[in-house]
Design a protein around this ligand. Sequence first.
Ligand code: OGA
Ligand code: NI
Length: 379
Amino acid sequence: MQTLPSHGEPITDSEPHYDKAKEAKEFDESKAGVKGLVDSGVAKVPRLFIHPPENLRDLSPDTDGAATGLEVPIIDMMGYWDSRRRDVVNDLCRASEMWGFFQIINHGVPVHAMDGMLEAVKQFHEQPEGMKREWYSRDDAKKFRSCSNGDLFRSKAATWKDTIWFDFSRGVLDPEAVPLLCREPVFEYERHIEKLKISLSELLSESLGLDSDYLGDIGCMKSKRMAAHYYPICPEPELTIGTINHSDASFLTLLLQNHHGGLQVRHQNRWIDVSPVPGAILANIGNFMQLVSNDKFKSVEHRVLARQAGPRVSVACFLFPGEMQKSKPYGPIKELLDENNPPMYREISFTDYFGYYLSSGNGLNGESVLPHFRVSESK
Ligand code: OGA
Ligand code: NI
């Protein structure tokens, strides 16, 4: 930080010895996460979490959205299996094209399964440090693990949240791999999410003008990974952020949130608050769906503010191609192309695409990886 005193000479940094790598290492080795910091009584956001101004652009709540009445669409799935199918398909189509983000109600996932999941995640993160540190790991091969700031050593600044990961991608997740506290709730929630995924796969296929089995047959939503986030109350929310602006690498993401809010979606160059709707599940189009839909469906930026209200708890379920499909090439769906709609992207396997996503910094800071796969940019 630089300030100019009255005699005109700059005073440089108030913390000249700040060593980000060292701070990050110490934070990680504590295995206590952001919740640990809060429990230890920090009244100020530590330097490691202070973001440069460009990450904090217009952090204030969405006065714009409120004024313009813009709101993420709410889609009622009631009756989608018969009388209202056409309406639901049309609503999904419009929301996926215009917002890339929507809240779904009457989706069939029981309230007790959603509440049970959110409560288990909250309880896990709120355990005494000693109870959860054995799960803390950066080893992506683990089926269950807890970790704060997956990109801690690469990002400019850390974010104000802790995360637990459930990996359902390679066959069934062994219940023994999951702490007892979360076991029943996560498996119950997953069962219902699987059913919802199948329904949405059919409905979204129809929204693209394809046979209802189309997306199911190409296997692009076969795998699931869940990231269950805990955003502790933040003493200085204007200095940091919960989740930096990004778009998801997934095909589709299904997101459950508690009632504390903080999520914002980028729409028409504004940040729009996503107000929690009781019983709703959010869905957002991922980058990979934008690619196979040849830009018909949009993957949009979103972020989570750090706040003094909370804690916010959310569960993001990322859907992406299964083990068997990961290495096969995906490209814009042929049925969507004609002379007026040429392919915008080259074919790419999910493995190669995701490898690029990780190597380019997780698409954070709103830098979508999609342009890299555009036809005009390929050799
Ligand atoms: C994500 C994400 C939002 C939230 O995990 O990709 O955008 O509400 N999460 O935690
Ligand atoms: Ni996201």
